[in-house]
Design a protein around this ligand. Structure first.
Ligand SMILES: *Cc1c(COP(=O)(O)O)cnc(C)c1O
Length: 221
């Protein structure tokens, strides 16, 4: 993608996020995370050149192969993990990512706490909630959230908010509103919600972090 196209897409999406935040009376617009999964370094560089500094990946292996050289070129890039994380990759994830959006079970909390102790790195963490109660999706059950959060805080994880991926092909707003309510109840400010198809809705409901792949990069192969 030419740099001008990258700049245009970024400007358009950031404008839409800013307008939605203004409508909602949000104190500041959400952070746009450019989800670069399945796109190679050559697809990513135009967005970096256009000023984007926050990127997201859904797999540790893919990110570990792709990002170290890109980070060497542009050290102020922040990298977010938005996909499910296996406990045996916790240390690699803690080393590579600045923020982890997919903390969703007690065994992973334990693994992340140990990885943080070993590496001395402390990425911000979002607890992922299975907001539509879908068996095939990651995220902790709504009923398990208070206990998981208590464990994560006890273990010293820097928990900054909640994350969700609502069910496909349904109106996302009620799920976003529910996540916002859960975060309020738990005293958390961060809300990682909204993707290419529903990010303006998410922004109006108070998203602080919006995860966009397709609308920035085009369709994934
Ligand atoms: C792929 C992915 C996104 C981005 O989805 P798009 O619809 O391409 O914008 C956001 N969040 C998660 C967790 C993802 O896996």
């Amino acid at each position: 993608m030419p740099i001008d196209d990258a700049r245009q897409r970024l400007t358009d999406i950031n404008d839409r996020i800013a307008r939605a935040a203004q409508l909602a009376g949000a104190p500041r617009p959400a952070t746009l995370i450019a989800i670069s999964k399945m796109h190679d370094a050559d697809a990513i560089r135009p967005l970096i050149a256009a000023g984007q500094r926050v990127f997201g990946e859904n797999r540790v292996q893919e990110a570990a192969a792709k990002w170290p050289p890109l980070k060497a070129e542009t050290p102020d890039v922040a990298l977010h993990l938005v996909g499910q994380l296996q406990s045996n990759k916790a240390e690699e994830a803690v080393d590579l990512f600045d923020t982890i959006h997919s903390v969703d079970r007690p065994s992973l909390v334990t693994a992340l706490a140990a990885a943080m102790a070993r590496t001395g790195k402390r990425p911000d963490c979002f607890v992922q909630v299975n907001i539509g109660d879908e068996p095939q999706k990651g995220g902790c059950a709504i009923g398990d959230l208070p206990e998981l959060l208590a464990q994560a805080r006890e273990a010293g994880l820097p928990v900054v908010g909640l994350m969700c991926v609502p069910p496909l092909d349904t109106e996302a707003a009620p799920y976003f509103a529910l996540l916002a309510k859960l975060a309020r109840e738990q005293g958390l400010d961060g809300l990682s919600m909204g993707m290419s198809g529903d990010y303006e809705t998410a922004a109006m409901i108070g998203a602080t972090h919006i995860r966009i792949g397709t609308a920035l990069f085009g369709a994934r192969a």
